[in-house]
Ligand binder design. Structure first.
Ligand code: NAI
Length: 324
């Protein structure tokens, strides 16, 4: 079995001063990548800064014989993103891998959402990915090679109450992943997403153990289940998925993988076969909802063109339903 190596590759991992990002950085560096360890060193809610966490991970990598530099730019601004990518280019001359991992939480029920709870979350997760991927994209296109791994979340893909800001940002990253996969294809750039499940300070915070309000705590049954598996949720077990998606041998693009406790699976967007009537009425939708929702024979369109083709085929193949 050949080891997946990253010799000669330069990787940026955002939010790598702790949690999942630290593990991603350590693994990539252990496999030969030169790593830019980015982290602003703030709290889980994005308050404050501290150069310590990024520096500590760099020390850890160097002590293990790896190569790394620290960067404390904030991904939440375009200037920060540019400074981060410039740090990689100025020090190592290229950027092959970008792991958009930095994140914060500002959970609140939607009815209590205020700009100070919304904007910073969008800025770090969603705009942050634009801020860093933008300048990295230019370098990747020029060299005809790149791997981008975005960090999404089940909170956005599946939905979690109290996380409208975070969930929307995370689901937005899936859209960004799909679009960039298409734009990157002709330039040797692959873009995928990972939805992690890992015992980090963020998960602890989500479970309401650090000052969480009662309305943002998990339901008792979910909490009991999480407590039972927390010990198995080593963030290091997510990093192999990130590393594979960041490797030259990765054959897929535009996809989302959920990873936690050593399990990896794919999330995908399916389309049911649906129901067609050339003069569709609201009553038709009501009366055929079961057929519309029936998952038998669902498809996974690769892009909107494929979806339209399926629609046209379905119309052509189905006789016009009788009225009513
Ligand atoms: P964490 O809180 O340990 O790590 C996030 C890191 O991002 C922190 O070190 C923080 O300082 C850094 N960061 C925050 N704002 C930044 C900014 N503006 N610029 C640069 N760095 C910044 O949490 P964790 O769990 O390691 O989170 C990593 C990623 O995984 C996040 O994107 C999170 O949303 C995502 N995620 C985590 C899950 C979990 O189960 N732990 C579940 C789903 C998604």
């Amino acid at each position: 079995m050949t080891e997946l190596r990253f010799d000669g590759r330069v990787a940026i991992v955002t939010g790598a001063g702790g949690g999942l990002g630290r593990r991603h950085a350590l693994l990539l560096a252990a496999r030969g990548a030169k790593v830019v360890v980015n982290d602003i060193g703030g709290s889980v809610t994005g308050d404050g800064t501290d150069a310590g966490p990024a520096a500590a991970v760099v020390t850890e990598i160097r002590e293990l014989g790896g190569e790394a530099i620290a960067d404390t730019s904030s991904v939440a601004t375009a200037e920060g993103g540019a400074a981060l990518v410039n740090a990689a280019l100025n020090t190592y001359g290229r950027v092959d891998i970008l792991v958009n991992n930095a994140g914060i939480l500002r959970d609140t029920p939607f009815h209590a959402l205020t700009p100070d709870l919304l904007d910073p979350v969008l800025d770090v997760h969603l705009r942050g990915a634009f801020h860093v991927t933008g300048p990295a994209w230019h370098a990747m296109r020029e060299q005809g090679y790149g791997r981008v791994v975005n960090t999404t979340s089940a909170a956005g893909i599946l939905g979690t109450a109290g996380k409208s800001n975070y969930g929307a940002a995370k689901a937005g990253l899936v859209g960004l992943t799909r679009v960039l996969a298409q734009e990157g294809a002709q330039h040797g750039i692959k873009v995928n997403a990972v939805a992690p499940i890992a015992a980090t300070r963020m998960l602890t915070h989500s479970m309401g153990e650090t000052g969480g309000a009662a309305d943002r705590q998990l339901a008792p049954a979910a909490r009991e289940m999480m407590n039972a598996i927390t010990g198995k949720l080593d963030p290091a077990l997510v990093s192999p998925v990130v590393a594979f998606l960041a490797h030259e041998d990765c054959p897929v693009t535009g996809e989302t993988y959920t990873a936690g406790a050593g399990q990896v699976a794919r999330f995908f967007t399916g389309r049911t076969r649906g129901y067609h009537h050339s003069a569709l009425s609201a009553e038709d939708v009501r009366d055929h909802l079961r057929e519309i929702r029936d998952e038998t024979g669902y498809t996974i369109p690769a892009d909107p063109g494929e979806e339209i083709a399926q629609l046209l085929r379905a119309i052509a193949a189905r006789p016009e339903p009788a009225d009513g």
